[in-house]
Write a protein that binds this ligand. Structure first.
Ligand code: SF4
Length: 106
């Protein structure tokens, strides 16, 4: 389990720069560096600032991360073992504009 800090404030799951999802999916099967990864769980916030389809979220104490970036040092059989993970995505309007800043190549 990890704690995810995230700069994608345009994501509906972002609260005060932390991710409120219990389970997050990061992809980057062939990733060799951070910019090759992305947060597939990104969900664009509506212009009103809330998404009616998303139930009220509560901050989890930690996040479970499934990750396909198998060349990352922290990847253990598809699960992230990093204690703290930073997702970058200032101004992101889709998941492709996000990346895992904690990626370290094995
Ligand atoms: S630190 Fe590595 S294993 Fe963890 S989410 Fe980021 S890319 Fe995936």
């Amino acid at each position: 389990m990890s704690e995810i800090s995230c700069t994608a404030h345009t994501c509906a799951y972002n609260s005060d720069s932390y991710c409120t999802l219990n389970a997050v999916h990061v992809c980057g099967q062939k990733a060799k560096k951070s910019c090759d990864t992305s947060c597939e769980s990104f969900y664009m916030r509506t212009s009103a600032g809330t998404n009616a389809s998303i139930p009220q979220m509560h901050m989890p104490s930690s996040n479970s991360i499934e990750c396909s970036a198998e060349k990352c040092l922290y990847n253990d059989s598809g699960h992230c073992k990093a204690v703290n993970v930073d997702i970058n995505g200032v101004g992101a309007d889709c998941s492709a504009r996000t990346e895992c800043g904690t990626f370290v190549k094995k």
